[in-house]
Write a protein that binds this ligand. Structure first.
Ligand SMILES: *[C@@H]1O[C@H](CO)[C@@H](O)[C@H](O)[C@H]1NC(C)=O
Ligand SMILES: *[C@@H]1O[C@H](CO)[C@@H](O)[C@H](O)[C@H]1NC(C)=O
Ligand SMILES: *[C@@H]1O[C@H](CO)[C@@H](O)[C@H](O)[C@H]1NC(C)=O
Length: 339
């Protein structure tokens, strides 16, 4: 029983970035909060204690031992979730989802030690973050996926690797592709822009749809093998907002080995984090019909299709899936050099 609990805890901990949050849409005001809150980040010279006030989505991870050092090689960074350590914490981190739902509250009545900083944490788009901007005055730092956040925590990024001289790009393309375009969708809503695009696209090319929305749920073992059989993956975000590029792009498409067709922020924002020829942007085309015809032709042109995998010669995808890694990254970011 206890092993089961441990295993399931660990699984939750590491798969959190795949969780889908369903919440009412309120506003985009948090965008203003993002820009109005910027202050010079503090720099800590000694050990840094980071108190996570509550676990994201109520799913705790194991904090025993020197987690940041043992797993990520970061020294002097103590992660705690014991609220009795409040008065000793340099930073206190609040995940917005629970504040928004009212399940957790800010400790406004406690005496806040001078120099203690509060961090607002979320990986959701503004549309799914509710009215948290109301409370923004309480926070010193914003920690989110945006590049202009005080502490940026992307869903994924490309990291350089040793160049491989031995093969052609073709070696990076999964064999046995049988479907032209695939899409995994858990929430199919008429209000999403992506739904309109899909409806038009499926009239031009066949699109295989998986996911809860169509009762074809793919578990973690079947997700990537299924996607790898597709030439293109529709990495359509559920909400269009600045820098909001999620695991649909990094994991499903890039790791899965299908060329991403993206619907999300403008092309420049993708190009800021990935090579311009690693993806196809819906906005590159005057119409969805044109997009569909382009995909059809591209799948038939082996040489041209292979160019979309050229990035794999120099880069690999680094995913961020563990909240602890993200929290440890705060220390790496705020630490003064040589301490
Ligand atoms: C699906 O998306 C709609 C529109 O954004 C939203 O109102 C709804 O809560 C979402 N449902 C789920 C189950 O995520
Ligand atoms: C930092 O923490 C380490 C390990 O807990 C400890 O050995 C060291 O003395 C601490 N340093 C300071 C300056 O508090
Ligand atoms: C937590 O991590 C520590 C150190 O890595 C380990 O000894 C312990 O068994 C883990 N506890 C659980 C409940 O997984």
């Amino acid at each position: 029983m206890s092993t089961m609990w441990t295993n399931s805890r660990r699984k939750w901990c590491c798969l959190l970035f795949l969780s889908v949050v369903s919440l009412p849409t309120y506003s985009y005001f948090i965008l203003q909060a993002f820009s109005s809150l910027r202050r010079a980040p503090p720099s800590f010279t000694g050990n840094t204690t980071i108190l996570l006030w509550h676990w994201p989505f109520g799913k705790p991870c194991n904090l025993s031992g020197d987690v940041c050092l043992e797993h990520w090689g970061i020294h002097g960074c103590l992660l705690v979730d014991n609220r009795s350590l409040f008065s000793r914490a340099n930073l206190v981190v609040f995940h917005n989802h629970e504040l928004m739902s009212g399940r957790q509250k800010l400790p406004l009545k406690r005496i806040r030690p001078s120099g203690q900083r509060w961090v607002w944490l979320s990986l959701e788009s503004p549309e799914n973050n509710g009215k948290s901007w109301v409370q923004r005055k309480h926070f010193d730092y914003i920690m989110t996926y945006r590049r202009d956040a005080d502490i940026t925590i992307p869903y994924g990024q490309l990291v350089s690797k040793e160049a491989e001289n031995d093969g052609t790009v073709g070696a990076f393309i999964p064999k046995g592709k049988t479907s032209l375009a695939c899409w995994v969708v858990s929430n199919y809503s008429k209000h999403h822009k992506r739904t309109a695009v899909y409806e038009k696209l499926k009239k031009v090319i066949p699109v295989e749809v998986y996911g809860r929305a169509v009762n074809k749920y793919l578990d973690a073992h079947n997700l990537l093998p299924t996607i790898s059989r597709c030439y293109f993956y529709l990495a359509f975000e559920n909400s269009i907002s600045t820098d909001y590029i999620t695991e649909k792009f990094w994991y499903n498409a890039l790791v899965g080995g299908a060329v991403p067709v993206v619907l999300g922020p403008p092309r420049e924002q993708y190009e800021a984090v990935a090579p311009k020829d690693s993806f196809i942007h819906v906005d590159d085309f005057r119409s969805i019909e044109e997009l569909g015809n382009f995909l059809k032709k591209l799948a038939e042109d082996k040489e041209r299709y292979a160019k979309y995998f050229a990035w794999k010669q120099q880069h690999t995808v680094k995913l961020y899936r563990d909240w602890r890694e993200r929290l440890c990254a705060i220390c790496a970011k705020l630490r003064k050099p040589n301490t």
